[in-house]
Design a protein around this ligand. Structure first.
Ligand SMILES: *Cc1c(COP(=O)(O)O)cnc(C)c1O
Length: 361
């Protein structure tokens, strides 16, 4: 007997998680924070453990109010999910039905293609340009009457490239007003570019822009699952309908609030991650690897056919990265030790020192 199931799911692969690492190895495959949780965050979680027999508040009033104040938006625009992956799914379900199109650049965030297909919508993938950046002209040309949502992953996972503010503003102005543009800013805290587009500002200026943020990356709460959207009111209303009830635990809400209260401490950590990213980029570049300048917490090596070889050398050196066979590798920016290992494994340590000395001389 064969059960009746959705035939369309045959085209949907299960989400592939970053490879686990052996004990003692550097796990640089999932863009996680290399830092252990802050003591104040652990305290907040401990306080909440006494209440885990209760359902969490769906409205999540405290974290919602604090985020609204942080971004200077009305709380009605804010909606939460169990990680921003869930919020991305909510956004797709809110605007796209069977046969509708959801567009994004490719390669980009691994979850987009599956989320779109699970919703019954049709993915439209527009290749990145030769610099591994969003090709906004090609994306604009790919808009049809069926386009319902366009993801702009900024900075882009896995390439670390950014869409510049002016270019994004022109793009938004050219897209039909009925089409929702979602700026996925999972890595925005690591963006040091002078041309950075501010997603929340673009949301405030345009009726069809939403922003996606997460506590998983810069704030180090990947294991607790909390992310949020800031979206137009009509969209936010639908996001609340499609959200899975009680998806965001009370512990996650408490940890998020504690993290918002620890912004200064977190900023120091974020700066460290950025410094290690730059060291990894400089070292690998000096050693001749085809690295792409990154504004996220990882570096992309556009290794092409050499991907498997580089992955094997990293593994031999105690580093687990994220390899996309035939395309390249994404290596998360970890601790100083993690990056030491990357540079050593790829024979880039002496080259990096020479490059730095050359720059000083
Ligand atoms: C990691 C990531 C997310 C969010 O992850 P959550 O843990 O679900 O919040 C969202 N978008 C991109 C592009 C990411 O890389």
């Amino acid at each position: 007997m064969t059960l009746h199931q959705r035939p369309s799911l045959q085209a949907v692969p299960a989400y592939k998680q970053g490879k686990p690492a052996a004990a003692g190895a550097s796990k640089l495959s999932s863009n996680e924070s290399p830092h252990e949780p802050l003591p104040s965050v652990l305290d907040a979680i401990r306080d909440g453990i006494q209440s885990i027999h209760r359902y969490p508040s769906i409205a999540a009033p405290q974290v919602t109010a604090e985020l609204a104040a942080l971004h200077n938006v009305d709380p009605a625009h804010l909606t939460l999910g169990a990680g921003s992956v869930e919020v991305a799914a909510q956004l797709i379900h809110a605007v796209a039905a069977e046969g509708d199109e959801v567009m994004y650049a490719w390669r980009s965030f691994e979850a987009y293609p599956s989320l779109v297909r699970i919703a019954g919508a049709t993915p439209v993938e527009v290749p990145l340009d030769a610099d591994a950046k969003h090709d906004l002209d090609a994306m604009l040309a790919a808009v049809t009457e069926k386009t319902r949502l366009i993801f702009i992953c900024n900075p882009n996972n896995p390439t670390g490239t950014v869409v510049e503010a002016e270019a994004l503003e022109r793009f938004i102005a050219a897209v039909p007003r009925e089409v929702l543009i979602v700026i996925d800013e999972a890595y925005v805290h690591f963006d040091r570019s002078a041309v950075r587009a501010d997603g929340v500002e673009l949301f405030k200026k345009n009726p069809n822009v939403a922003v996606l943020h997460t506590f998983s990356k810069a704030y180090g709460l990947a294991g607790l699952r909390i992310g949020y959207a800031i979206s137009p009111l009509e969209v936010a209303e639908n996001l609340r309908k499609v959200a899975i009830p009680f998806g965001v635990s009370d512990l996650a809400q408490r940890a998020a609030v504690a993290s918002l209260h620890a912004a200064d401490e977190l900023a120091v950590r974020i700066n460290e991650v950025v410094a290690q990213r730059e060291r990894m980029y400089a070292g690998l570049g000096a050693a001749g690897y085809p690295v792409v300048a990154s504004e996220a917490n990882f570096v992309w090596i556009a290794a092409g056919d050499a991907t498997a070889d580089i992955e094997a050398r990293l593994e031999a050196g105690g580093v687990v990265a994220r390899a996309f066979p035939g395309e390249g590798l994404r290596i998360s920016s970890g601790s100083e030790l993690d990056v030491d290992r990357v540079l050593a494994a790829l024979g880039a340590d002496s080259a990096a020192v020479a490059a730095v000395e050359g720059a000083i001389a």
